[in-house]
Design a binder for this molecule. Structure first.
Ligand SMILES: C[C@@]1(CC(=O)O)c2cc3[nH]c(cc4nc(cc5[nH]c(cc(n2)[C@H]1CCC(=O)O)[C@@](C)(CC(=O)O)[C@@H]5CCC(=O)O)C(CC(=O)O)=C4CCC(=O)O)c(CCC(=O)O)c3CC(=O)O
Ligand SMILES: NC(=O)C1=CN([C@@H]2O[C@H](COP(=O)(O)OP(=O)(O)OC[C@H]3O[C@@H](n4cnc5c(N)ncnc54)[C@H](O)[C@@H]3O)[C@@H](O)[C@H]2O)C=CC1
Length: 239
């Protein structure tokens, strides 16, 4: 499997199943997408995420206006046939099959693929997919974020618990990466504007992102990081 990033801003994610897993996925996707959860019962955490903390019995699937960050709760227990109707009505970019009913999850997967949407089947392991998943059947990785940096981690479906444990280690490891990305991105643009030759420019940026001094200074604040980076760059440019 090859990891790719999806921009789900302004898109709709339709989750079947409001238990622990559906709730975790809904909360994750609600960071940027409109999320609709269909389930006969909702996890406590999900009720907290519902709009205004209350659930709406029926979602207004007619309004195409995407409301980023929201979770709409629709109380229903569709059978495999009715799952298709929900997908047709909500028109999601991604369907998450997270019920505890394998037949409903399988129907959600089939209908999502027929509708041209992506699908995340949460109840199927890598071992069950020896024939391959198909390009639109996606796995949700464990992620570490320090905006704009993000690390996505998968065990190929073999051990989600390990993915979580590794994510916790990496979290500590990349502390400050977001600030470093911002700073080195700015410096890169400035060096281009100054007309510094490409080879020198790359060398300077490579030095900055590997400099312990710059990482340490950034922890004190952006301007300290900037100062330290400037001296690293000058050293490269005056050689
Ligand atoms: C294939 C995949 C499909 C998908 O959901 O995309 C999948 C499938 C399954 N997970 C199961 C169990 C658990 N999943 C977690 C946790 C996470 N699971 C996630 C992803 C994935 N899980 C995809 C593969 C990712 C990869 O490649 O590694 C994470 C990374 C992302 C997320 O879900 O947000 C998130 C950690 C987030 C974080 O903390 O960072 C825990 C740990 C815990 O809860 O503490 C357990 C219990 C311990 C264990 O069993 O390992 C079961 C068995 C269910 C059963 O026993 O019935 C199946 C089904 C099966 O394997 O048959
Ligand atoms: N991918 C992952 O990370 C993990 C996946 N799993 C798998 O995911 C599935 C769900 O796990 P949990 O959330 O822990 O189970 P759960 O039992 O807490 O939640 C299942 C939810 O599905 C709802 N549901 C039942 N029939 C439905 C229907 N016809 N339509 C819509 N919703 C329906 C239930 O009301 C319940 O809210 C299980 O099959 C489990 O094997 C379990 C743990 C982790």
């Amino acid at each position: 499997m090859i990891p790719l990033y999806h921009d789900l801003t302004g898109e709709t994610v339709l989750v079947f199943g409001g238990g622990a897993v559906g709730s975790r996925k809904a909360s994750r996707f609600a960071d940027e997408a409109r999320v609709v959860v269909v389930s006969p019962a909702f996890d406590e955490r999900l009720i907290g995420l519902g709009e205004g903390g209350t659930e709406s019995a029926e979602t207004d699937t007619g309004s195409a206006e995407a409301d980023s960050g929201s979770v709409e709760l629709a109380r229903a227990a569709p059978d495999p046939e009715a799952v298709r109707d929900w997908i047709d009505r909500v028109d999601p970019a991604l369907v998450v099959a997270a019920t505890d009913d394998a037949a409903v999850n399988a129907a959600a997967e089939a209908a999502a693929l027929d509708a041209g949407a992506l699908v995340n089947r949460t109840d199927v392991s890598a071992a069950d997919r020896s024939g391959g998943r198909g390009a639109r059947s996606v796995v949700v990785p464990a992620t570490v974020e320090d905006d704009p940096v993000s690390v996505a981690l998968s065990t190929g479906g073999a051990s989600p618990a390990l993915a979580k444990a590794l994510r916790e280690r990496i979290e500590a490891e990349i502390d400050g990466a977001g600030a470093m990305a911002e700073l080195s991105g700015t410096l890169r643009e400035e060096l281009k504007d100054r007309g510094v030759a490409p080879e020198r420019r790359r060398e300077a940026i490579r030095r900055v992102v590997r400099s312990e001094g710059v990482w340490k200074a950034l922890q004190k604040g952006e301007s300290y990081g900037r100062q330290e980076a400037d001296s690293v760059i000058e050293e490269v440019l005056t050689r």
